[in-house]
Write a protein that binds this ligand. Sequence first.
Ligand code: F6P
Length: 373
Amino acid sequence: MAQSIGILTAGGDSPGLNAAIRAIGKSAIRSHGWSVIGFRDGFRGLMQNRSIRLDSDALSGILTQGGTVLGTGRDKVHRMDVGGEIMDMTGVMKETFGAHNLSALVCLGGGGTQKNALRLHEAGMPVITLPKTIDNDVYGTDRSFGFDTALEIATEAVDRLHSTAHSHHRIIVVEIMGHNAGWLTLGSGLGGGADVILIPEIPYSIDEVASAIIERRSSGSTFSIVAVAEGAIDVDLAGQLAELRAQIDGATGSERSSLRRRFKALFANRRNTVELARQLEELTGLESRVTILGHVQRGGTPSPADRILATTLGVSATDSIAAELFGVMIASRGDGAESIPLKKVAGRRKMVPVDHPWIVSARSLDVCFGDTP
Ligand code: F6P
């Protein structure tokens, strides 16, 4: 039976992290009588043995706070920058874990964190994870906490952009986060009534987008809101990337590494949002403006839905520890939670299915996705 457990938060911060820390901590202390520590700044704090005691006082009053009281970081456990040298620090982390005589480590994070956690688990540490990210792209879970709050923020932005776009008869292109998945852009575009929604899962043609805007103008709408995901790409680039991906799959060793570098460079060079707006202005003759929402989408107090999700998953994590079920992620399933092996989650991403009901509904309202449906 567990006596003492550790928690860390890793990857980009996300609303709901503190609600999850509080739920894990309080249920560990109250329902199981365990003590709890938190490692600062993600896996780096575990490596450097920087921890704080999470007693009832430390856990009190954090439910509504954004960010993470523990701090976070984007380190990879097997490729850590230690004084300028890239090193595998898995063994050192295992030592810290042992030095604290911990019975379990709960890692709260997105896709990268699931991979890191699996490495630690395979190195012999009893690890459990929770899915957090505003991107909603963690594989195997219905939702990740942080998504609902970010969706609310991005939707409000799309709402607010309407009146100014309408007044000036402009195209407003709003860039929305989401990494390489389109959940946040699709949700806020649909919820906020965007006229064009561009997501990574549906490569777009700029000519199709321009035609849709021109058609709107002909039918009397002199403004357009274009919601574009930061990872959206056009059809030409999508074709080139698919070819490279096939080559990468068939390559090994240094050839594979160099192809991967080319892939990354090509993707990084994709048309950015400012260029997209400028080209749409040229093609349609309508003035355009750009709004990049950026990190405002990750900030501030979590929504009630995120607090509830983080709390439910946090309590399930301590149940899983009590049952000595490790190497799993506690996924959200309906209103409840379900454990899923980390092996099934790590290295995979939950993309928007192109026949998702949100896409089908948007298409029925004549929303343009930049493709030829
Ligand atoms: O994963 C969350 C996220 O906000 C993505 O949507 C975005 O691409 C990325 O993090 C930004 O990362 P950073 O905060 O490290 O710039």
